[in-house]
Structures are given as C-alpha cells and as structure tokens.
Write a protein that binds this ligand. Structure first.
Ligand SMILES: *Cc1c(COP(=O)(O)O)cnc(C)c1O
Length: 307
C-alpha cells in the first residue's frame, strides 16, 4: 500500500464548510481560466472539459468539486479508486448522479434503472442546485445530465486491471500495446467495453510513461480494433520545462497525431477525438493547441501534502 494512504483516510466523506467553500471558489476560478483560454485561442465555448485530478484527495473533497460543477474525475492510482469508489457512488446517488461505469462492471444488463428513470432523478437534483450551479458557471463544467465521468489517468499495473474495470469508464493512461491487450482480454472476459486514450510520451522524458510518438499511430490503430476497448483519443503530460515553445510543440504534435488518426478512417478510429493535455501549470498552452480535456489537481484542491 502506498505510504501516504496511511496518513490520510481517503474514504472520508466529511470536510469543513471552509474547505468546501475553498474548493468551490477554486473550481470557479479554473473554469473561468478555461473559458478565457478558449476565447483567446478562438475556440468555441465549452470545447474543453475540466477534469479534476484527484490523487491524494478524499471523497469529501471530490464531492465538493462535483457540487461546484465538475463532471469529470481523474484518479491516478488503482488503490485510490478502490478506496473511494463506494463512497463516491453513494454520495453521487444522493444527488441523483451516476459516476463512472453505470453497470458496476457486472453484466451488460445494466442496473435495472431505466434511462428515463435515472434522468428523472437527475432533473430533480438539478433543481436542487447541483446542475444549477453548473449552468451558471462557464461551459467548462458542462457534464452529461446526471452523470459524472470517472477516468484513470495514472500508471496501471496489469495486476490492478481487475480493480479499476468495474469502476472507471475510461482509462487515459494506456501507453503500450501490451497493456492494451491485457485490458482488452479482461474487458472481453467481463463482457464490458472501456474507453481508452493512448498515452504518448511527447516530451521524451525518461520519467514519463506513454509510448514513443513514432509508434503512436500504429498502436492506436491496433487498439481501435481490439475487443472491449473503445478508442476515444490521445493523452500526454506536458514537458517539465519552462520554455513555452517546447511545451507547446509536444501538445501540437499530439494534435497532429489525433488528426491523422481521424482522417485515416481506419476501423475503430472514428471516435478518436479527445486530446487530454494540460495541467494546472500549462493548461492555457494546451488549450491553445487544441486540448479537449485539461487535468487539473493543484489548481482546484491546492498543494498536495503527499506526492
Ligand atoms: C497530478 C496529475 C495531474 C494534475 O497535476 P496538477 O499540476 O496538480 O494540476 C494531471 N495529470 C496527471 C496524469 C497527474 O498525475
């Protein structure tokens, strides 16, 4: 077990009113910054989704972000997903929201709640303030009615695939053919389909995961036709430097790869639209280069005490 998890109870659901207010204010500020970056790069309002990067944050903190309009959660570690999943599901259900994989990873038969029923619940919750706050704010908070998406954005050891498959709807951090094949096998065995982004190591930094950009097109094409996987786009972590030109070059290259895949019309690439790139520090550059998802941790929750 990761050491910091001994110091903080990540399943905790109760936070102070002060902390709730702090997170709500930060969500609003980051949404405004996303909207401003959309405007200044002449992109349509609402073309970028704000994903809360929630590593080391507890259920109470994550719910505060969701109540402030966040519709997409990104967890780094399968252990954290496992510890928080039940609390997040319950807290979301109380608000008329579903989170992550709707069927809980069982059969594809679903939960027994019809779409009409669940959207009726969501509508009630909306008038109770959840969606209202969302509408009032920038389009960056836009979420599908009644649903919070749940992604894995960190390294996935093959022996943890079973832990995350029942919970998350998309794995953004698939950086090799071997990992994709293992996820595919597990997903097919369970009779489910999981969204996948191919992670590309655009900066070439040794500490970063993700495939070599030279192999990205080939790997993406293969993922596109694997059972149990739905190729939804590409992901990268920006270069760890101060040079705007270097950072933007990596983002721009990822966008070109995405465009090339979309234009190829190869089987399984038609939905390869997402570009998950940009974090607290380099979000504006990423949006200028075409990002569709920015993953923000510090900007929403403050400095991390651990990691
Ligand atoms: C932690 C993390 C983020 C968010 O980083 P901040 O600098 O705190 O915004 C985004 N993406 C990944 C993969 C992360 O691990």
């Amino acid at each position: 077990m990761t050491a910091y998890m001994d110091h903080k109870d990540l399943a905790n659901e109760r936070i102070t009113a002060e902390r709730t207010k702090e997170i709500a204010g930060s969500v609003r500020r980051v949404m405004d910054a996303v909207a401003e970056a959309e405007r200044s790069s002449k992109r349509p309002a609402g073309s970028v989704r704000l994903e809360a990067a929630t590593k080391t944050r507890d259920v109470g903190e994550i719910m505060a972000a969701i109540d402030a309009g966040i519709g997409l959660i990104g967890e780094n570690r399968p252990q954290e997903v496992a510890v928080k999943a039940a609390g997040l599901r319950r807290q979301c259900a109380e608000r008329g929201l579903a989170i992550g994989r709707a069927d809980g990873g069982g059969s594809s038969a679903g939960t027994g709640v019809s779409a009409a029923e669940s959207s009726a619940v969501a509508d009630t919750a909306g008038t109770a303030g959840v969606r209202q706050s969302n509408d009032r704010q920038s389009p960056a908070g836009a979420r599908a009615a009644g649903h919070v998406d749940f992604h894995l954005i960190g390294q996935l050891q093959p022996n943890k695939i079973g832990k995350v498959l029942p919970v998350v709807d998309t794995i953004e951090s698939v950086g090799s053919l071997a990992l994709a094949e293992k996820i595919s096998r597990r997903a097919v065995a369970r009779g489910l389909t999981v969204g996948v982004l191919l992670e590309v190591n655009e900066s070439g930094e040794a500490a970063k995961s993700g495939c070599n950009p030279k192999n990205a097109i080939d790997i993406a094409r293969r993922i596109g036709i694997m059972g149990g996987l739905h190729l939804r786009g590409l992901m990268t972590i920006g270069a760890h430097v101060d040079d705007e030109i270097v950072i933007r070059r990596g983002f721009e290259h990822l966008r070109r790869l995405r465009d090339q895949l979309l234009e190829s019309q190869d089987p399984g690439t038609a939905d390869c639209r997402e570009l998950s790139m940009g974090m607290t520090a380099d979000m504006a550059y990423a949006i200028a280069e075409g990002s569709t998802i920015v993953r923000v941790g510090t900007g929403i929750f403050g400095q991390r005490a651990f990691i």
